[in-house]
Structures are given as C-alpha cells and as structure tokens.
Write a protein that binds this ligand. Sequence first.
Ligand code: GA4
Length: 322
Amino acid sequence: MVLASTNPINIERILVTDLPIVDLKAEKSVVKKLIVKACEEYGFFKVINHGITNETIAKMEESSFDFFAKPVIQKKQASPAYGCRNIGFNGDMGEVEYLMLNATTPSIAHLSDTISNDFRCSVSAYTEAVKKLACEILEVMAEGLGVPDRSFFSSLINHIDSDSILRLNHYPPIINNNKDRDKSSSYNYTKVGFGEHSDPQILTILRSNDVGGLQISPEDGVWIPVTPDPSAFCVNVGDVLEVMTNGRFVSVRHRAMTNSYKSRMSMVYFGAPPMNACIVAPPVLVTPQRPSLFRPFTWADYKKATYSLRLGDTRINLFRTI
Ligand code: GA4
C-alpha cells in the first residue's frame, strides 16, 4: 500500500509493508530459501527464535539507557568514541547520540574507569551472542547460495582481527516547537536521526526497543518503515557482502527517524572483516554469464573510501568493474 508523499520538492513514497520474517527454528531448507530470497529482494529481513536470551538483550538495553542518561561530560570522558549529532568526519549530522565499541573484548578495557563493570559485562555477553548469530546466518547464506565452504563469509567476522563494531544509538525524542503546529494534534513529528546510507560491512544485526524509526529504501524515493519488534533482530546485507555475492545480495539504503514522544535505542552489531582481508566473491558466484561486477580490494581500502566520503554517498560504485 502506498501511504503518502510528503515533501513537495523531493517526493517520497512511504510503502506500508513489512520485512520478511525468518523463524530460525523452522526447517533448515525453508530457512535457507527465505534468507536468500530476502537478501536478493530487500537486503533486509527479521529473525525470530534466534536463540539470544531475553536476559542478554535486556541487560544490554538497560546498560545503554543508563549510559546515555549520564551527563555529557561523563559520556565524553568514558570514550572518545562517544558522539553527539556528528556522524563521521565530513560534516554529516543527525539527531542521534552514540557510543561505538570494537566488538572485541579488549575494546571494553579502553573505556574509562567511570564505566561500570556491569556495563562491560553486558557488552561482552551481548557482543558474543550477536556475533554467534551473525556467523550462523552467514553460514546459512553460504549454503543457500551453493558456496562449497559454508564458512566462506563467517570466517571473516570470526577472525581474531575482525574489525567488527558494536554501536549503541540513542535517538532522544524531538518535540516540534514550531509555533504554527496544531497543539491539539497527537501527530508524531519525525526528523532524520541518522541519514540515508548503506552499511559498509558484511552483515548488520540490529535490535531496537519498541520505538519505530528504521526505514529502508529499496529504490530511490521509496521508503518502507520497519515495524519495531523488540523480540526480533533486524538483519541486513552490507556493501562487502554485496561484493562477496557478486551482486546477488543487495546492500540497501536505510535511515533512522526520531519520534516526538519516546527515546529510540538501537544496538547494532556490524560484522566486518580483518583490515587486510581481500574482498572477493567465491568462484561459484562468478560465471561467464555473470562475470565479476567488482574488482578485488581489501577491507582497509574500502574503509579508507568510506571515511573519505559523505554518509549518503554510494561507495560500492568505486569498486565496480562495469
Ligand atoms: C554507517 C554504518 C555504521 O554506523 C558506521 C558509520 C560510520 C560512522 O558513523 O563513523 C560512517 C557511516 C557508517 C558510513 C560513511 C562514513 C562512515 C559515517 C560516515 C559518514 C560506523 C560505519 O561503519 O559506516
């Protein structure tokens, strides 16, 4: 269903539909097919019955809310990877505050002494659990695509030098202070919290609280709001996985909007390769009918390009052969 076109200059169509939902406890052949189809069509899907305990999730969410409730000075002291409104290094801004942690245990040690042991424990347990889930999903993907080595993708994020990140995003409520607003209206006023972009890494595993905001854009100007489901994880294909599947899977652009009334908290794991890993599709996905769409590069090359461009730029095009 097409709901509305909002901005008169930049016409946007909001499509009301939902992402494919994959029950990881369903029969294996069904799970494989559903995941491959979702990654080819949307680059996004939700997983339920994922095996991560409510306790692990709840503790991480509680720790995240506690962290963002601290005074700004303490958050800044806690880590240089705390940021508020600035995104990246090239002037992108959003209505978001965040904490970025390397998804490896020693990174927690880099947090200042002001950070409690509880927080460190929550991060370790949560990161360990989502990394395991990401590996399981990547193995199903490899099988579904007929890649002979089922650890072809997962071995990169399982590697001790993997450059994976855990990012905690807090989107505070943004109230519409415009004096012309209809004060009696309960209309939810939304602003862009984190602008349109694709994720650079292999696989993203996102969990948010019960506040909506994530929207995906399968084509220019079309936005699909993702219904929040705190018991599910939202999984999406990153640029590197698009390259490693020779374009079979798509890394789809998405954004996060704020809410007028409630705080949105997302806890996002970005599974990435080690810096020196060579990003290339397995031979089975490169055929005379479907020659290689991308030239080989290292994750370090890709990261360099990522951080030299703006959030909304299409980095993957720099590495296309045609
Ligand atoms: C988008 C996905 C992840 O949040 C992130 C972001 C990173 C950052 O916030 O520092 C980037 C952005 C993300 C892509 C383009 C560059 C880098 C901000 C930016 C302008 C941590 C990532 O890996 O890439």
